[in-house]
Ligand binder design. Structure first.
Ligand code: BEZ
Length: 339
């Protein structure tokens, strides 16, 4: 009988060891054994855009880079198209640790940490390549650092196209043409203030409601990027597209702090290098698609044109004066990037 009890005890202990090893390999949430650990990870990443959008392609590139750089130890499942809920839901899940990574709009992040509004400084960058160089700046890193207190680590920024102005019936040729127009602008105060300063009224509709709102005339147009104009087929319901490229549109790559800081340094480095490679891939690919996207929209029947950016100078000045005062990091961003 004693022998049986001893064997059962050994079996239970063995099972406990196997189980605890299995747990320690799940999602990177436990302490590392050593810096060269052969720990395996099954990460989850969530974002809001459809699989055809550049942010999803960047997420796939990130997954590939992780797989290669870790010799298969780091695997990632991607949940696109708001499958895990709104951005607010995703950020809650990331700070709680049930989801590891997110690509979350800087617009939403500015509601958690106001300095992210700096990225909406109008006409701060000549083009996407210049915005990409800003990723590595001290001020861009300081803004990511503000997430530390919220159970998250800000890793990097992913850019899709810059923002453009779409309208249904009235062609916008100068800021004054927006007077009286009702435009959908992402519910982010710096983006909405830019439009209201030009006389538009803004509706902060969530993305899935935008198509039918413009189709039924609830709104006269929208602030958007060319990418989503194509992926969400807004070209079917708007006629005019002013390619103003007046603001960049970054997603912020975030990771659960405990997951990240619980990893061996060598694994943290893999994550940082993989995400930088994916961010670089996204911005360079997207920068090369600008002309193709404009042509696609022309082929779909839209009138695509440009507006002289100097017409927006008074509104840029108003933005700088208002937002520079709101946060010293926003002021530092303006001082760093404004010509
Ligand atoms: C938007 O809210 O305008 C938006 C969100 C994600 C990708 C593109 C546009």
């Amino acid at each position: 009988m004693r022998k049986v009890v001893k064997s059962v005890s050994l079996l239970v202990i063995a099972l406990m060891v196997i189980l605890s090893a299995a747990c320690s390999n799940d999602g990177g949430s436990s302490e590392p054994a050593n810096a060269d650990s052969d720990k395996t990870y099954n990460f989850k990443l969530a974002h809001i855009t459809p699989p055809s959008h550049m942010w999803h392609k960047a997420a796939e590139k990130f997954a590939e880079e992780l797989d290669e750089r870790s010799d298969g130890r780091m695997q990632m499942e991607i949940y696109p198209s708001s499958q895990l809920g709104t951005e607010a839901d995703m950020v809650e899940q990331i700070s709680a640790g049930s989801v590891d990574f997110g690509f979350i709009t800087a617009a939403y992040m500015s509601s958690r940490s106001p300095s992210f509004a700096a990225w909406f400084t109008p006409y701060a960058f000549k083009d996407l390549k210049e915005a990409n160089e800003a990723r590595d700046s001290e001020i861009a890193k300081k803004i990511l650092g503000t997430l530390d207190e919220q159970g998250m680590v800000g890793l990097d920024y992913f850019f899709a196209g810059q923002r453009v102005m779409l309208s249904k019936d009235k062609k916008i040729e100068k800021p004054g043409d927006m007077d009286g127009l009702k435009l959908r602008v992402t519910p982010s105060p710096p983006m909405q203030d830019f439009y209201t300063s030009m006389g538009a009224s803004t509706e902060g509709l969530p993305l899935p409601e935008v198509y039918s709102a413009v189709q039924t005339g609830v709104i006269d147009g929208m602030d958007m990027d060319l990418d989503a104009t194509i992926t969400n087929k807004y070209f079917e319901v708007v006629k005019y597209g002013a390619v103003t490229n007046h603001m960049v549109w970054p997603a912020v790559a975030i990771v659960n702090k405990k997951t990240f800081e619980g990893m061996p340094e060598a694994d943290q480095k893999i994550i940082q290098e993989a995400i930088a490679a994916a961010a670089e891939y996204a911005v360079l690919t997207r920068a090369g698609q600008e002309e193709e996207f404009k042509q696609t929209l022309k082929d779909e029947g839209m009138e695509i044109y440009e507006i002289d950016s100097s017409l927006f100078d008074p509104y840029k000045k108003q933005f700088d004066e208002k937002y520079g005062k709101k946060d010293p990091l926003i002021q530092e961003f303006i001082d760093t990037f404004r010509d």
